[in-house]
Design a protein around this ligand. Structure first.
Ligand code: AMP
Length: 281
């Protein structure tokens, strides 16, 4: 496994791979890897001849009051895990490599970027789409693998790739959960044992929404209030949003007549967690 720090080195490695007739799968991450990330790597391995994983904690997707400085960084361990998975290239640039002095150019997916997490984290998706475009230009993959855990991110990246004719195919992989249902996240390491228990309320609330949906309810307002009732029972959780939206354009869906994304974000202590479920029409 080669660890590359320079964009030019990464691009050269990718071009050598692809001119040799091999197809390249790419998994962008911010490191602090867990089984959720590794499931993407495994999907990439299964489908591609060669796999590249990036590890880059991207400053432009964090707000000024957010956790960029304290975000977990476990580079050595990450590399050991990736080596075991048979990854060929790890691209681990510095902030200066990705954002040379004076960088002022951004990619913005209008409207979609202001929904869900974009509403409570202004500028977040602008940072995501900018760094993902840069990574696509550097890595030039055939396929890029993303997790359904970040469902809004998936919708926004798909739209960006379509709108800007980026020559990459997006592959989405299911949410990996702990045995009790908590969606795996690098931010789960912030939770103390009590908060870890409270954090399960996100999943419980989504399961309640799904249950009410299965019993025949198609009115989103009713589904949302059923989910909110569950959240309200957990004193240490504070809801940021719980919404029912169209999974492609993230528009509010008042009545469920097609597949619907139920997306939520909640704070447990100071840790902001997200989760979602898709209701199949
Ligand atoms: P991150 O390192 O948090 O930026 O995540 C990198 C990629 O891993 C993104 O495509 C995430 O959606 C994906 N991911 C993170 N957690 C999970 C999970 N629990 N299940 C599936 N994919 C995940």
């Amino acid at each position: 496994m080669k660890i590359l720090k320079a964009a030019a080195e990464m691009r050269a490695a990718s071009r050598r791979t692809r001119t040799g007739g091999k197809r390249l799968g790419f998994v962008p991450t911010m490191g602090a890897l867990h089984q959720g990330h590794l499931s993407l790597v495994q999907a990439a391995k299964a489908q591609s001849d060669v796999v590249a994983v990036s590890i880059f904690v991207n400053p432009t997707q964090f707000g000024p009051q957010e956790d960029f400085a304290k975000y977990p960084r476990t580079f050595e361990r990450d590399c050991a895990l990736l080596e075991k998975e048979g990854v060929e290239f790890v691209f681990a640039p510095s902030v200066d490599e990705m954002y040379p002095n004076g960088a002022v150019t951004y990619v913005i997916v209008e409207r979609l970027s202001e929904k869900l997490c974009g509403r409570s984290r202004p500028g977040h998706f602008r940072g995501v789409t900018t760094v993902v475009s840069k990574l696509f230009h550097i890595v030039e993959p055939d396929w890029a693998f993303f997790g359904q855990k970040d469902a809004a991110q998936v919708a926004i990246i798909r739209r960006m790739v379509r709108d800007l004719d980026m020559p990459v195919e997006i592959v989405v992989c299911p949410i990996v959960r702990q045995p009790d249902g908590l969606a795996m996240s690098s931010r789960n390491t912030y939770l103390d044992p009590q908060q870890r228990k409270s954090a399960l309320v996100l999943y419980r609330s989504l399961m309640r929404v799904e249950e009410v949906f299965r019993s025949g309810e198609r009115n989103s307002a009713k589904l949302i209030s059923a989910g909110k009732e569950v959240i309200a029972q957990e004193a240490s959780a504070r809801l940021d949003y719980l919404e029912v939206v169209d999974p492609d354009n993230l528009d509010f869906m008042p009545v469920i007549s097609a597949d619907a994304l139920v997306a939520m974000a909640a704070f447990v202590g100071t840790t902001r967690l997200i989760d979602n479920v898709v209701l199949k029409a």
